[in-house]
Design a protein around this ligand. Structure first.
Ligand code: FES
Length: 227
């Protein structure tokens, strides 16, 4: 009889402890679910806020690719039909989408260039000191930024040169430094030449001109791109 009572008490104790365990697991699961539901949106919001600028930088910039699939960093600037045959340089803005930390701003000017259709062959010196001949009719592209201190050069039809108004540097249309009448030319190097890529537009001879646009450090002899 006493043994039966002991067994009964044991079963009751075991059953009570099982009920407590189940209730603890249920409460813990409910709590965890609540935390997930509450914290999940906060984490998702933070993720979007913190990483949004990086995501935006990965967006394709449709304004810098024009109609062709050109390389990254090339910008559609003009067409060959817009350049005179006599080699007079034409100034064009380079337009691209811009990003700052958290904003996407479409179609902003990021710089400018002078383009010209060469009226004759032109021998140029490359950065490594070697020479190269650009052929008549090819497109030549120069940065408008003066390598001295970063002012903008402009074409002067009277002297047929590119002049910098800040400290009177003068450049040939080829970009070479020009020294006129013994005047000092403070620019440490010639104007910076940029590469171009031409792409045909449907039928005809007209071509799109893409410029591999970049900035270079001023005040130094070497042509070092600003990264
Ligand atoms: S910035 Fe052009 S000459 Fe000084």
């Amino acid at each position: 009889m006493s043994e039966d009572l002991d067994n009964e008490a044991g079963d009751e104790a075991e059953s009570a402890s099982g009920t407590e365990r189940r209730s603890f697991i249920l409460e813990a699961s409910t709590g965890l679910l609540g935390v997930c539901l509450g914290v999940g949106p906060v984490i998702a919001g933070l993720w979007g806020f913190v990483f949004d600028p990086f995501r935006k930088r990965e967006l394709p910039s449709k304004y810098n690719t024009g109609s062709g699939d050109v390389k990254e960093g090339h910008y559609l600037v003009a067409t060959t039909d817009s350049l005179p045959e006599d080699g007079t340089p034409q100034r064009f803005e380079v337009i691209s989408d811009k990003y700052d930390a958290w904003n996407f701003i479409p179609r902003q000017p990021i710089g400018s260039v002078y383009l010209r259709k060469l009226p004759g062959d032109l021998e140029i010196e490359l950065e490594d000191g070697s020479k190269k001949v650009l052929k008549k009719g090819e497109i030549d592209c120069l940065q408008t930024t003066c390598p001295h201190a970063g002012c903008s050069v402009s074409y002067d039809g009277n002297t047929n040169a590119l002049l910098c108004p800040c400290h009177n540097s003068e450049f040939e249309l080829s970009g070479a430094k020009r020294t006129v009448g013994g005047k000092d030319n403070p620019s440490p190097r010639s104007l910076d030449r940029l590469d171009t890529v031409l792409k045909p537009i449907a039928d005809g001879d007209n071509m799109e001109i893409y410029v591999e646009f970049m900035e270079f450090y001023t005040g130094v002899h070497e042509k070092n791109p600003v990264s």
